[in-house]
Ligand binder design. Structure first.
Ligand code: CA
Ligand code: CA
Ligand code: CA
Ligand code: CA
Length: 620
């Protein structure tokens, strides 16, 4: 069977079609759009309270500031790392002679102490030389001090030395309301149970995850069988062993543009993936084979994201495979999956080629009520933007959107759909950095350190490269890997946290954007999994029709803020919000005032709301 051929099962699914509640809402929401044209826009000042902002050095970057489609200035992304007090540095070997030294650097946002302020966990990895000498690398958990600074609490929390760490994802596997941390490692995974007192316990073995011993990369919690307990998928990359290290430059697959480089992934054996069902008693059972996601071809898995891509109410799973076709597993809601990678159009690019798929971003960048996908790739390729056309059909819009042209020549990793300007349209942000330090010695455009890329949503399916017009910080070349976004300072602006393979991270804060409004939702499941993973919010604010989802994992080995944040442009309220809980319950909320954080509990609607930085910082 050719890669392009549909299976009969896929054809049947397409023929049957589905019309989920989200699609129905699109029609309803069109009414809001009509109403909007009848109401003159009323511009107002944001009522957000003033706060001490992290220090910002004046620069000339404002001279090249760009405007969005309605003429508003796009914010400048300012490097505030120094003012946060974060001292973390990722270790790396200068020559990167082994692929296992090139892939680490995931960053997770997790409010581990539930004070309402996002904290940050940076993973770290030793070099092969360090490992051979019995030395470990120190990962770091930074507590958010509520004043723009962070404090390293790794030792007290007990999460400084999990393993040879790659990335981290957040879930609440025991449904106690306290987020737990899953660290992926070269050599399995570590599950840290949150002890509710600022400390974590390594429960990997007692939870039944101790047999996962491969090179784990992207991990994602999601309740695929709808029993209210978050299950866990873990992608594995290369079957790699320190006892039999492939020799640098030794064969054809260890050379690049004529120079000797590290070997892999091509030429090395891949490693299968695992799905673990949550038993609801603190343990997991390996159901990889029975569920159909075991990856019998041993593709080089890097990132995984759960979402309901065809809006049929059943959770699906997207797995990005380096240099090989991606998996898009369609779930039947009862524990079985079928791979629709090829029939959906997402396994390969539009030319039928498998790319070096690294990071996954999902977002509804066209306000269609469906989650589209962005995948980051290698330097001789380009980032692929797959527009979700419904019913598990995706169209490769990389060229027509302008993304392909602007991302060629870069090695992309962490990627997100993010609305830094709060105008209600999600832009695209990618971090880059080459795999081989040796490319600096080649007389070409290739460099080990690469700048980041920022694309403005043109609201018509196209994106405009504004990387040179959003401040100097993102133009500084680095060896980027992980990327997460979060409203770190609870002021309605989204920061980006970039973890680099080499040296310090970079935290970017949007400054000088338009006085747009926003809204933030934190969800708590009752019958659904407590962290409300894969719950969705559809919000209508005037002409804006927004879709957000609570997601575990994603980007590249990273974890975004689990709160759903919407930019609202000049709209001072959300006219209507529909909450789609994972267990199928649908709740409607109306007339929500903007510039507030809303806490929603399943079945109880709004439990509380608060203004930025106002009132009791404790969660309800
Ligand atoms: Ca916190
Ligand atoms: Ca927990
Ligand atoms: Ca489950
Ligand atoms: Ca589905």
């Amino acid at each position: 069977m050719s890669y392009r051929q549909r299976t009969s099962a896929d054809a049947l699914a397409i023929a049957k079609g589905t019309r989920g509640p989200v699609q129905g809402f699109v029609a309803l929401s069109a009414l809001y759009l009509i109403v909007l044209f009848l109401i003159p826009a009323v511009l107002g000042q944001s009522p957000r309270s003033s706060r001490r902002k992290p220090a910002r050095k004046p620069g000339s970057e404002r001279d090249v500031q760009v405007a969005n489609r309605v003429g508003e200035p796009y914010p400048q992304l300012v490097d505030i790392t120094q003012s946060t007090g974060i001292q973390f540095e990722h270790l790396s070997s200068p020559e990167q002679k082994f692929i296992v030294e090139s892939m680490s650097g995931g960053v997770a946002v997790v409010d581990y102490d539930r004070d309402g302020w996002p904290d940050i966990y940076f993973t770290n990895a030793q070099t092969v030389d360090m490992a051979l000498h019995g030395r470990k690398a120190r990962s770091a958990l930074y507590h958010n001090n509520h004043d723009g600074t962070f404090t390293d609490v790794s030792d007290k929390a007990g999460v400084a030395y999990p393993c040879w760490a790659m990335g981290a994802s957040v879930g609440d596997y025991n449904n106690d309301g306290w987020p737990d941390l899953l660290v992926t490692c070269f050599g399995g995974v570590v599950l840290y149970r949150n002890n509710r007192d600022g400390t974590f316990s390594d429960v990997t073995k007692s939870a039944g995850l101790g047999n996962d011993s491969g090179w784990a990369t992207g991990a994602a919690f999601g309740d695929y069988n709808g029993d209210g307990w978050a299950d866990l998928f873990i992608a594995h990359y290369v079957d790699f062993h320190l006892e039999s290290l492939p020799v640098f430059g030794s064969r054809e697959t260890c050379k690049y543009v004529g120079i000797d480089v590290q070997c892999g992934p091509r030429g090395l054996n891949g490693s299968p993936d695992n799905l673990y069902r949550n038993n609801g008693d603190g343990t997991f059972t390996d159901v990889s084979q029975a569920s159909g996601v075991a990856d019998p071809e041993h593709r080089y898995g890097l990132t995984a994201v759960w979402s309901d891509f065809d809006n049929d109410g059943k959770l699906d799973l997207l797995v990005a495979n380096d240099s090989q076709p991606n998996y898009l597993y369609r779930g039947n809601g009862a524990g079985k999956f079928s791979d629709t990678g090829f029939s959906s159009g997402i396994a390969l690019d539009e030319n039928g080629a498998a790319q070096a798929n690294m990071g996954i971003a999902i977002g509804d960048y066209l306000h269609k009520g469906r989650m589209s996908v962005l995948l980051s790739h290698f330097d001789n390729e380009y980032a692929t933007l797959y527009r979700n056309d419904g019913q598990m059909r995706f169209t490769d819009e990389s060229d027509s959107s302008g993304i392909a042209q602007a991302t060629r020549g870069y090695v992309g990793w962490g990627d997100v759909f993010v609305d830094f300007g709060n105008d209600g349209w999600q832009d695209i942000f990618l971090v880059n950095g080459h795999v081989y330090p040796q490319v600096d010695s080649v007389h070409s455009q290739l460099r080990y350190r690469e700048p980041k890329l920022l694309f403005l949503n043109e609201r018509n399916g196209a994106f405009k490269n504004i990387s040179a017009k959003a401040g100097l910080a993102i133009q500084i070349p680095q060896v980027g890997r992980g990327l997460a976004v979060a409203d770190l300072f609870n002021d309605g602006k989204l920061e980006a946290i970039v973890e680099n393979l080499v040296g310090k991270p970079m935290i970017l804060r949007p400054e000088g954007g338009p006085p747009n409004h926003w809204i933030s939702f934190q969800l708590e499941g009752l019958k659904s999994n407590r962290l409300a993973l894969n719950a969705r919010v559809r919000a209508a604010a005037g002409d804006l029709l927004l879709l957000g989802e609570v997601i575990s994992g994603g980007s590249y080995l990273s974890q975004n803020d689990v709160r759903i944040h919407f930019g609202l442009g000049r709209h001072k309220r959300v006219d209507k919000a529909i909450i789609f809980w994972p267990d199928g319950r649908v709740e409607n909320l109306t007339n929500l005032v903007a510039d507030h954080f809303y806490f929603l509990r399943e079945g109880a609607g709004i439990v509380s709301s608060k203004l930025p930085r106002a009132g009791d910082p404790k969660r309800p």
